[in-house]
Design a protein around this ligand. Structure first.
Ligand code: C5P
Length: 218
């Protein structure tokens, strides 16, 4: 029997990570935040002085990453890097290297390894289109750019970081434009994905929506 996968793709700060983690918890499934893999790859490159446009060197680095996930924490070579990779700057660097086909190819096996019984919930940009094309359920989760910038703003303020709403909005739009325009695994809703627009929906409702869609898909 194939191991079920729920693939949740969508733009930056749409809340897909929170929804995916909650769905995984409700179902007792594993969870993969694929964005963290791109973020940590960019972080490792910066640490080792690998240029963000050196595709070959980045791919070699990506293929040899010593990564461990433990809840929301991410360990690189035994060092916790969760906070360091979740800054806006790290997101921008991740988006730059994520446009490179050799980097994406080098990270495929790592992502496939998360597909373990009893099931996987994963979020990213190409989970349903490229990494797990046979997913049981594919969802494209989105919200307007203004709403997403507002959510990211609140999140940063709650964590005690400074934030500027208009800079955040511009950053999100630039990152989404780059993610959607690239030739390799662009951000886009595939025909077989269900659209979940969450601009005026709370997290609980979004989680229930996914759980109901999954039950219906079985
Ligand atoms: O989801 P998150 O904002 O953490 O992702 C950071 C960046 O990593 C995205 O802007 C995108 O460029 C890249 N990414 C990707 N494919 C994925 C997940 C993330 O290209 N499956």
């Amino acid at each position: 029997m194939t191991i079920p996968v729920i693939a949740i793709d969508g733009p930056s700060a749409s809340g897909k990570g929170t929804v995916a983690a909650r769905v995984a918890l409700a179902l007792g499934f594993h969870y993969l935040d694929s964005g963290a893999i791109y973020r940590v790859t960019a972080y490792a490159a910066q640490q080792r002085g690998v240029a963000l446009d050196d595709e070959g060197a980045l791919a070699t680095l990506a293929a040899g990453l010593d990564l461990r996930f433990d809840g929301v924490e991410v360990w690189l070579n035994g060092v916790a890097v969760g906070d360091a990779i979740r800054t806006e700057e790290a997101g921008r660097a991740a988006s730059q290297i994520a446009a490179k086909p050799q980097v994406r190819a080098a990270l495929l096996d790592l992502q496939h390894a998360f597909r373990k019984a009893p099931g996987l919930v994963t979020d990213g940009r190409d989970m349903g289109s490229v990494v797990f094309p046979d997913a049981t359920l594919k969802i494209f989760l989105t919200a307007t750019a203004t709403e997403r910038a507002n959510r990211r703003y609140k999140q940063l303020i709650e964590k005690g970081f400074g934030a500027n709403l208009s800079a955040l909005l511009q950053d999100l739009q630039e990152r989404d434009a780059r993610d959607a325009a690239r030739a390799a695994a662009p951000l886009k809703k595939t025909a077989d994905a269900r659209l979940l627009e969450t601009s005026s929906m709370g997290i609980d409702d979004a989680v229930n929506w996914v759980l109901e869609a999954y039950a219906a898909a079985l």
